[in-house]
Design a binder for this molecule. Structure first.
Ligand code: ADP
Ligand code: MG
Length: 234
């Protein structure tokens, strides 16, 4: 994807994103890593157009992130599943397709099933979120994000609320999506997944990009804060 970030700063009570500039042209799967509070979620929300920066601009694949066309071309998966609790996994997806994409009921159902099957949930489609495991619910959220056929999928710590087994299950399902020709921008603390899945890595500290490059940078961190981080997550 083409990712262009110009003079990006963001202030809540204090400045949490500090003049980030980035110009990437050829990567398909970008990981953002760093300790808690370093600004990863704020940055990924801005890249997806969910939040407006105090200063600066972001263009992705030539579109401003606030363009309607861009907003329609992305999917976002949050830390916890945020499915509607009173709807089945299938209805969670088909309703979105009917309401936001104008699908007929029949097409919406067919598409919902297709993506739930892709995420290995074909036998869970009529269950409510509370009656499936956390890993299955999170895979259903991924199926929902995919169902609108986005070009780019954002994931912000999609396994934060899961135990190691379910984390593995969800991340393996994401890895299986490699062949779909989608682009990914994601935040995770699972470094083995970053190594396997990312083709570019951004390390953030205190609102700044401190180091960036292909995943090999993780084997030879240079900046003090990145060295410390890699010691802890290894
Ligand atoms: P990360 O995802 O790396 O943990 P965040 O982007 O969530 O970091 O947060 C960066 C900083 O911004 C933190 O200090 C956090 O407390 C603060 N922050 C995040 N969201 C808000 C908000 N909505 N209002 C005020 N402060 C916030
Ligand atoms: Mg976060």
């Amino acid at each position: 994807m083409k990712l262009e970030i110009k003079n990006l700063s963001h202030t809540y009570d204090v400045e949490v994103i500090k003049n980030i500039n980035l110009n990437l042209t050829k990567y398909k799967s970008i990981a953002i890593i760093g300790v808690s509070g370093s600004g990863k979620s704020t940055l990924i929300r801005m890249m997806s157009g969910l939040e407006k920066p105090s200063i600066g601009e972001i263009h992705v694949n030539g579109m401003n992130v606030f363009d309607e066309e861009y907003r329609k071309s992305i999917g976002f998966v949050f830390q916890s599943h945020n499915l509607f609790p009173h709807l089945t996994l299938k209805r969670n997806i088909s309703l979105v397709l009917e309401k936001t994409r104008g699908f007929s009921k029949e097409d919406a159902d067919k598409t919902a099933l297709k993506y739930l099957e892709l995420l290995h949930l074909g036998d869970q489609v009529n269950k409510l979120p509370k009656n499936v495991s956390g890993g299955q619910a999170q895979r259903a959220s991924i199926a929902r994000a995919l169902s609108i056929n986005p070009n780019i999928i954002f994931l912000d710590e999609p396994t934060a609320s899961l135990d190691p087994i379910l984390t593995y299950e969800v991340l393996t399902a994401v890895e299986d999506l490699k062949g779909l020709g989608k682009e990914f921008i994601f935040v995770t603390h699972v470094m083995s997944f970053v190594r396997d899945f990312a083709d570019y890595v951004i390390f953030m500290d205190k609102g700044e990009i401190v180091e960036q490059g292909t995943p090999e940078i993780m084997d030879n961190p240079k900046h003090e804060s990145f060295i410390e981080f890699m010691k802890k997550v290894k």
